[in-house]
Design a protein around this ligand. Structure first.
Ligand code: SF4
Ligand code: SF4
Length: 726
């Protein structure tokens, strides 16, 4: 029993991981089974057909050679332009993982599963193309090699699945045509081009013409003589019966067969040629880009090595990107998924990640040949661009509107990583051109002068400790460093969060200490705002402090600090065990160290901060904590977990004035209000600040208005505080 359960769960696991492969296997097994069952007893032993009946096969080989040459020429010629970019490191690292990505994310299109309609549509089209290629290859083998297998029951089965997958392809294409022409599906129209129509209609006519070729052949060779064979090609057979109604002469039927065959062949090769010139290249580029996907955390920005020696900081010209970033530009299929989920775009702010990638692509196509030529001729490659990339091609306000929330990266079906590309251009603006919004500049100046970004705060790093009795200072003897962070100690609203975390750490009986006045910003705002130089100084200082204090484990209630310590400090040899406070609280509840006992009869909605959720993939621990509180009921917002919407503060936008029709925190606050919950719970002091501002802005009535809280504040209410250890 246990064994069969294990087998079943392994099968489900494999199916989940390789869903498209699973569907193929399932379909093939069903086909083989039905072929065997149906073929049994039918006069199929002599069934076969003349390969290339009524036509000459040689044009196919001429066209195939031309297409292969064109493909190779196109890819090599264009591909050489990618290498004007900088080298990419660590490509040989983690090869099995990369191959898994190429298959799972590239070939099996795992990300498209997030959109059920698109996933069914893509599956139908891809399955049809793969199986019909397999069908055509068998015809070639039968014709050109000593292998002869297209006869008997297998031939009948072959006829059946050839037609079946042709029909599946027509269904998939019809779904795509329906969505393109009959549904108000805005994102595919944001950058619609002629090629989008050519690709769809081209494949539609390829499939339909294939059925006509087969139906004319059946009309001539099988309809009267071998109808039981013909029925296996069930779509073509039906068409042949229809054609038969017109009583065409044999001569006319023969000519129609030849005409339809030529039309089909020319359509197939014309359609395949689109791979060289259109977004159809994603057949090839998506698996390659999946293979090239980063092996480290998406929360980690690249380190500029030897920063003092750089001639150019960040990316100011197209050749400053690395070649993977340039390759990605060609992989974009203009599907609009990234822009659809971008919080800045949703709020009507001047950023669309799809257009950003497409504008860079157009600039790449225009500039890369000039850069390549200048490089080959020993000329100054920095003097050839006709327009400045950062400023003219990509507007500065678009770069500043990015929250680095990763929603675009999460959704992109061809695995484009927008965030590093955007931050690289920010680095150029800030460090090379000294251009940065004034409020963000003020935050950075404050970082340099006072070690925190909160200009004008009257609070001290230790203000939150007032009235709490003895707060242990970390001296290396305790297990955890509780990292309070600038927002936890220097922003009035967040002091209750810090106090709650402190109370919970005590209640759990944990061994911890804080740095108090010795805390300084870990540099995250500087890095996200593009000042890598300042970030590196702050990071190295703090890592030294941690090492001097013998810090091994860190708990933080800020997901930005969590991400920095966990994912970015290892770049500077700062390796610590890092827990977000929700993870610590979840563990403490599960181990019985914390017991939520007081009932909180409230409906709450939970907001996943981007840097804990999407970027660090922690969705469960916070929900488990909330679920452990008696009486509490979670109502999810429509956009939740990996689809959650940013609060608007990320990417240094906490310190910027927003440009656009709306503010992101207002949009998200509205979504929370729509749930009808009385509390809006999150796990990040920045999110809480954004909601404290956003909720009253969209809900003027104070009575019954939803209230923002950190999870620690909610849990602390449910803990019997008399259990706190002193
Ligand atoms: S990271 Fe977020 S804000 Fe930036 S482009 Fe992507 S979706 Fe938009
Ligand atoms: S970047 Fe990715 S998600 Fe955005 S339009 Fe291009 S392919 Fe689609």
């Amino acid at each position: 029993m246990n064994q069969s359960k294990k087998i079943l769960s392994s099968l489900l696991f494999i199916f989940d991981k390789f869903w498209m492969l699973g569907l193929f296997i399932l379909t093939f097994f069903s086909l083989i089974l039905s072929g065997l069952l149906l073929g049994f007893g039918i006069e199929g032993s002599s069934a076969t057909r003349e390969i290339f009946f009524n036509v000459e096969p040689w044009p196919i080989y001429v066209l195939l050679s031309t297409l292969t040459g064109l493909l190779l020429f196109g890819i090599l010629r264009h591909g050489s332009l990618w290498f004007i970019g900088k080298p990419v490191k660590d490509l040989k690292v983690n090869l099995p993982w990369r191959l898994n990505n190429a298959v799972k994310l590239g070939v099996m299109q795992d990300k498209i599963r997030r959109d059920t309609y698109a996933s069914v549509m893509h599956w139908c089209i891809t399955a049809s193309i793969i199986v019909l290629t397999f069908v055509t290859a068998q015809v070639a083998l039968e014709d050109d090699t000593p292998l002869h297998f297209l006869h008997g029951n297998y031939y009948l089965f072959f006829s059946f699945y050839g037609d079946l997958f042709g029909l599946i392809g027509v269904v998939g294409i019809s779904m795509a045509l329906y969505r393109r022409y009959f549904v108000n599906f805005h994102r595919i129209r944001w950058d619609e081009r002629l090629e989008d129509h050519l690709i769809l209609w081209g494949l539609f006519f390829v499939l339909v013409s294939g059925f006509f070729v087969e139906s004319f052949r059946i009309s001539i060779t099988e309809l009267d003589s071998y109808p039981s064979w013909a029925r296996w090609s069930f779509v073509s057979f039906t068409l042949a019966v229809f054609v038969d109604l017109f009583n065409f002469s044999d001569k006319l039927l023969s000519n129609m067969h030849v005409f339809s065959w030529w039309s089909h062949v020319l359509l197939v090769f014309s359609w395949l040629t689109l791979i060289v010139f259109t977004k159809l290249d994603h057949f090839i580029f998506a698996p390659i880009n999946a293979f090239l996907l980063r092996t480290d955390s998406p929360g980690r920005l690249s380190k500029i090595e030897n920063i003092e020696e750089q001639e150019v900081f960040g990316v100011g010209q197209i050749q400053d990107f690395n070649w993977k970033q340039l390759f990605e530009l060609d992989a974009c299929v203009r599907c609009g998924r990234c822009t659809e989920v971008c919080p800045a775009n949703i709020a009507g702010q001047p950023l669309s990640p799809m257009h950003l990638i497409q504008d860079l692509k157009a600039h790449f196509n225009e500039t890369a040949p000039l850069v390549q030529e200048a490089g080959n001729n020993g000329k100054d490659v920095r003097a050839v661009a006709k327009r400045s990339m950062v400023g003219d091609v990509i507007k500065e306000e678009a770069l500043w509107a990015c929250r680095t929330c990763g929603a675009c990266v999460q959704e992109c079906p061809v695995m484009i990583e927008h965030v590093p590309t955007i931050v690289d251009m920010r680095r150029f603006l800030v460090m090379d051109k000294a251009k940065i919004p004034a409020t963000a500049q003020a935050a950075l100046e404050n970082l340099e002068q006072r070690g925190h970004p909160w200009k004008g705060t009257t609070l001290e790093r230790t203000t939150w400790m007032e009235g709490l009795g003895d707060v242990p200072i970390f001296d290396g003897s305790q297990e955890y460093l509780y990292w309070v962070g600038c927002s936890g100690s220097l922003v009035e609203r967040n002091l209750p969060i810090t106090k709650s975390v402190f109370g919970l750490l005590k209640a759990a009986g944990s061994s911890f200490g804080v740095l108090g006045q010795e805390e300084t910003c870990n540099g995250d705002p500087a890095r996200r705002l593009g000042n890598e130089y300042l970030y590196q100084i702050l990071a190295e200082q703090l890592i030294n402090t941690f090492k001097e204090r013998n810090v091994q484990k860190v708990i933080t209630n800020c997901p930005h600090c969590f991400n920095t310590f966990k994912n970015e400090y290892p770049q500077f040899d700062g390796k610590f065990e890092v827990l977000h406070h929700t993870q610590f609280l979840d563990e403490s509840i599960k181990s019985g160290k914390l017991k939520p006992v007081k009932s909180i009869d409230a409906d709450v909605t939970y907001h996943d901060s981007c840097y804990l959720g999407r970027i660090n993939n922690e969705y469960d621990a916070p929900r488990e904590v909330l679920n452990s509180i008696p009486g509490l009921n979670i109502i999810e917002m429509d956009r939740n977990k990996s689809k959650g919407l940013c609060c608007g503060a990320g990417g240094g936008n906490m310190w910027q004035e927003e440009i656009g029709t709306r503010r992101v925190n207002h949009v998200r606050s509205e979504e929370a209000i729509d749930t009808g919950a009385s509390e809006l719970v999150s796990n990040c002091p920045f999110c809480i600040q954004m909601f404290e501002d956003g909720v009253p802005a969209v809900e003027s009535e104070e009575e019954g208005r939803i209230k923002p809280f950190d999870i620690a504040e909610v849990l602390y209410r449910s803990i019997d505080s008399s259990s706190e250890e002193n």
